[in-house]
Ligand binder design. Sequence first.
Ligand code: SF4
Length: 513
Amino acid sequence: MSNSFKESIQDGDFTITWELVPGRGAREKNQEEIFEHAEEASGSDMIDGISLTDNPSGNPAISAEYLGMKLKEMGLEPLVHFTAKDKNRNEMESFLYSLEREGVENLLLMTGDYPNQGYEGQSKPVFDLDSTHMLELVKDLNDGLQYKDAFGRSQELKETNFFPGAVVSPFKSEEEEILTQYYKLEKKVEAEANYIITQLGYDARKFHELKQYVDDQGLDVPLIGNLYVLSYGASRAMNRGDIPGCVVTDDLVEVLSEEKEADDNGKQARLMRAAKMYAFMKGMGYDGVHIGGHGLSFDDVEFVIEKGEELTPDWEDFIPEFDFPMEDGFYYYEKDPETGLNSSRRADLARKPRKGLVNMAFRLAHNQLFEPDGLFFTPMRLFLRTIDDTFLEEPFQAFERIIKTITNDCQECGDCALTELAYVCPMSQCPKEQRNGPCGGSRNGMCEVYPDEQCIYVRTYNRLKEFEDQEQLKERVPPNYWELRHTSSWLNYWLGRDHASEKAGIEPPGEGN
Ligand code: SF4
C-alpha cells in the first residue's frame, strides 16, 4: 500500500502536513469538519499527510487512531499523533496492532500534555513510557517483537510497517532546557525517528538554531517546521502559557493586536505571516512544514503553500519580521548580526554552577557504595545476600524508604533511576515521570504542571554540570520495571535485579559471585 507522507520524506521532497484537531463527542460539528477538510485535501496534491491530534491539550476527544483508520479507508494519508498521557505500554501495543491491521503507518510519538479535563474531574495521568521508549517499542515491532510468553517460551511477532517520528522544542529560554531538549532529540534519532517536527514558535533564529544543531551533530533526520497560522485569540492563550510548549512573546501579541483592527480582523496578515514562515523554513533547509491553525479552511492552507512557494527565493528578507526572542533567552549559537540568524560559533557554556554539598555527598556515597569497584560495594552485597528473603529484609526496606523519602519523596518503585539523573527522582519529582529528558512543556525553566517548581531536568542538568558531566543525560534510561514495585531498590541493585544493576554489569548472586 502506498504512503504519500513516507514517500515524500524518503524521496527528500518538501513534505507538507495539515493538522486537524479532533474534539469531544462522536458526531459533533468539529468531527464532521475533520472529514470535510480531509476530503478537500484529498482532491489536491499539495498535502502529503493529514495530521490528527491525540486528546488535544489533555482533554478527551474522539480518538486520533480511529480517525486515522477512517481516513485511510477513504484513501487519505493520516499522520496519527500517539501520546503517552492516557495509555500504558500494553494499551499502546493494542492500538498499534489495530493501526497496523488497518494500514495506518505514520505515527508522531510524543509524551503529550498533562491530562486536563475528564468525566467528573481530571483524569489519571499514565506516562508509563516516555517518547523515547515509544520509539523503541515501535522499532521493535517493526523488527518483529521478540518476547517470552507465560510459559517462558520465546515468541516473535510478524514485522510491522510503522513510520514513526517525534518532536523537539528549540523554543526554550534556559540553557538547561535547550541542552536537555537537544540531548533527548539525539536519543530519539538513535531510536530511529524518521522525521522530527518542531514545537510551535515564531523566532526564526530558534528554527535556524535547531537546523544548525542537527547538522553539526551529524544527525541524519529530516526536520519539519511547525507552521501555526496564529490568530489574536490563540496568541493570547499561548502567551499566558495556557497551551503547553507553545511560545508567543509579548511583542508578537502586540503585533497581532494591531493587525486585528483591520476590516478582515487580521486574517490576510496572519496568512501572509504563515506564508513567510513557509518561505524561511524552506529557505533554511527544512524538509517540510506542519501546517495548523484554528478555523483554517482548505483555501487558507492552499494560499499559505502557494504564497510560501512564491516567497521562498527571498526568504532571508523576512527574517527581521520573525525576531521574537524570549526575555534573556539562551541561544546555542552566537548571533550573526548580518543575517539576524546564528553564526557557527557556539555560545559560552562556561558558567559553571557552584558545587553543592548535598550533591557532593551523594556522589561520594554513590562512588564508594554503589560502584562495583567502590570500597563498600562488596561488603554491602555480601550483607544483602544474607538478609535477602529473611525477616531482616523489611526493616532494611523501611530504612531505605526513610532515607529516600527525606531526599526524594520516594514512591518505592523498586527500580531506581536516581543515579542516572543526578539524584533527582523522575518518578516522584516529575509529574510526567520522564526518564530520558524533559517533556516539551517547561516554561522559563519551570515545570508545565507545577509552574512554581523547576523542571527536574533543569535541576539535573545543573547538578551534573557542577562536575561537567551534563552529557550523561544522553544515556538511555529504560522504562520502569513495574514488577519491582514496593520492593527495596537497594536490594534489587546490589543483587542484580533492576535496570541500574544491569547497566553496571552486576549479576544476580550465583555460583562464583
Ligand atoms: S518536571 Fe519537566 S519534564 Fe516533568 S512534567 Fe514538569 S516540565 Fe515536564
